[in-house]
Design a protein around this ligand. Structure first.
Ligand code: ZN
Length: 479
């Protein structure tokens, strides 16, 4: 028996009934003894207990003892630590040797010695409801959660399904990360895109508050307010808007304390108009701007040649410096760019930005002090038991120049900042939500070791990797 099995067995044994209850989504985590159930006495609950029951919140006190702690904020790892979780939050973090009677009183002890614990991971760029399909979305979310992902930023889809899924995730009806979604705004001409039709069915293109057309005549304060009213966490500025309108949207969202997430370029607005937003997505958009500065409308097709372009280009250097100065966070999405060799092999009719160029610009941005988050905008294949986020993190380290510690921050503390939720989660600190991932092998030695996930804890509820049995993600028609 190797050490991993020993820990897994210890986890299962030490946790007992409470473990089983907490591992099963949709079940109450209250442990009902058979003799209590048969007496069928009405339970006398305090209002606080009643609320915990209705919201299916974790209520148990649990001590995770012995892991090496990686806090997610760049601080050095600390060996042999103990995390005391009370309900859904972290109540204490101390060296395991300093656990005393007060800290362990009434707690279930879970021995996680020789593992590594870090904050739950966040994929900052997914699309799970562009063409709403519940079975598909639930399968993706489940694959994410059991791999250590406790939060996803969904960058625009049907807010009705996303709202429903996010509530189901919150009350543990679904095994899913917490879902933070965007409301999208764009120029009217963008709403011929078929993705906007499937995402707002019944409302008319550009009319849904989460998929909304704006012009110079729009009441921008109202557009932002109704975007917030969908339950979204942020405003996504997508395409086909002039610079002054992008700047106005960014300013209004900030005034309403609503995170604002834009494509790096919104056409005809330039990448400079997006600076000041909370985040910008898709790093190679700056390369396209440099090669095609007069493009007025969004479109994937007919990319210019990037021949001879590198991160030392004056236009790219100028933007990277401005991005660093602005404090805007970069959502590089290296996953959407193919390696040059693969592009060449496909003999594509049009040029594409190669991953090497995307990574070189990311590396330059990182060196200039730009904060980076890990967003994939791409799913792993249906038969892959692990999500794409691990590949994005591999690329951020091996191609983008981040250290493993910085890549972990990209998927934890930086991601929480992008969501405006850094007071709630993103680092392992007292008072924050108990969103934890335990991995067997040291991710600071090799970020690929995050794949050795053993246990995810989200809001105090446990999801053991051994309970995940991967079934291929359902076939999903999308545009
Ligand atoms: Zn996207």
């Amino acid at each position: 028996m190797n050490k991993f099995t020993t820990i897994a067995a210890a986890l299962a044994l030490s946790a007992g009934a409470a473990w089983a209850q907490q591992s099963a989504p949709g079940q109450s985590n209250q442990v009902i003894q058979p003799d209590q159930a048969s007496q069928a006495k009405p339970e006398l609950l305090t209002p606080e207990q009643q609320l915990a029951k209705l919201t299916n919140r974790a209520t148990a006190k649990v001590v995770y003892r012995g892991a090496t702690l990686i806090a997610g904020n760049g601080q050095p790892a600390r060996a042999d630590m103990a995390i005391v979780v009370d309900g859904e939050r972290i109540a204490a973090i101390v060296p395991a040797a300093q656990l005393d009677a007060a800290l362990t009183k009434g707690a279930e002890m879970v021995d996680v010695g020789s593992s590594y614990v870090l904050p739950g991971l966040i994929d900052s760029h997914v699309h799970y409801a562009t063409h709403p399909d519940r079975a598909y979305a639930e399968a993706e979310l489940k694959r994410d959660l059991y791999a250590g992902i406790t939060g996803v930023r969904d960058m625009a889809g049907d807010a009705r399904l996303l709202g429903d899924l996010s509530r189901a995730a919150m009350i543990n009806e679904l095994a899913a990360p917490d879902i933070f979604y965007a409301s999208l705004v764009a120029g009217p001409s963008f709403f011929q895109d078929p993705r906007t039709v499937t995402s707002s069915l019944g409302m008319g293109p550009g009319q849904a508050p989460w998929m909304y057309a704006v012009t110079d005549k729009t009441d921008i304060a109202l557009a932002v307010a109704q975007a917030r009213g969908t339950g979204a966490t942020g405003l996504k500025i997508y395409a086909n808007l002039p610079g002054p309108l992008v700047r106005k949207l960014v300013a209004e969202a900030k005034r309403q304390h609503f995170p604002v997430w834009t494509h790096m370029q919104v056409y005809p607005a330039t990448p400079y108009d997006s600076l000041g937003a909370t985040t910008v997505s898709h790093v190679c958009m700056i390369a396209r701007y440099v090669r095609e500065p007069n493009k007025v409308q969004y479109g994937h097709r007919d990319e210019p040649s990037y021949e001879g372009l590198d991160a030392n280009d004056a236009g790219i250097r100028r933007y990277v410096a401005a991005l660093a100065k602005s404090g805007t966070i970069l959502d590089a999405t290296l996953s959407v760019y193919q390696p040059a060799a693969e592009i060449a092999e496909k003999k594509a009719a049009h040029p594409h930005c190669a991953r090497e160029l995307a990574a070189a610009i990311t590396r330059a941005a990182h060196a200039a002090g730009v904060t980076i988050i890990a967003g994939t905008d791409e799913n792993a294949t249906a038969d892959d038991p692990l999500p794409q986020l691990f590949r994005e993190l591999d690329m951020l380290v091996h191609d983008g120049g981040l250290s493993p510690q910085e890549a972990i921050a990209a998927a934890t503390s930086n991601a929480a900042r992008a969501l405006g939720k850094d007071k709630e989660f993103g680092t392992l600190e007292v008072g924050k939500l108990a969103n934890l991932v335990f991995v067997k092998n040291d991710p600071l030695q090799d970020v690929a070791n995050l794949r050795s996930v053993m246990l995810t804890v989200k809001r105090g509820v446990r999801y053991a990797r051994e309970d995940y049995h991967h079934a291929p993600i359902p076939v999903h028609d999308d545009i």
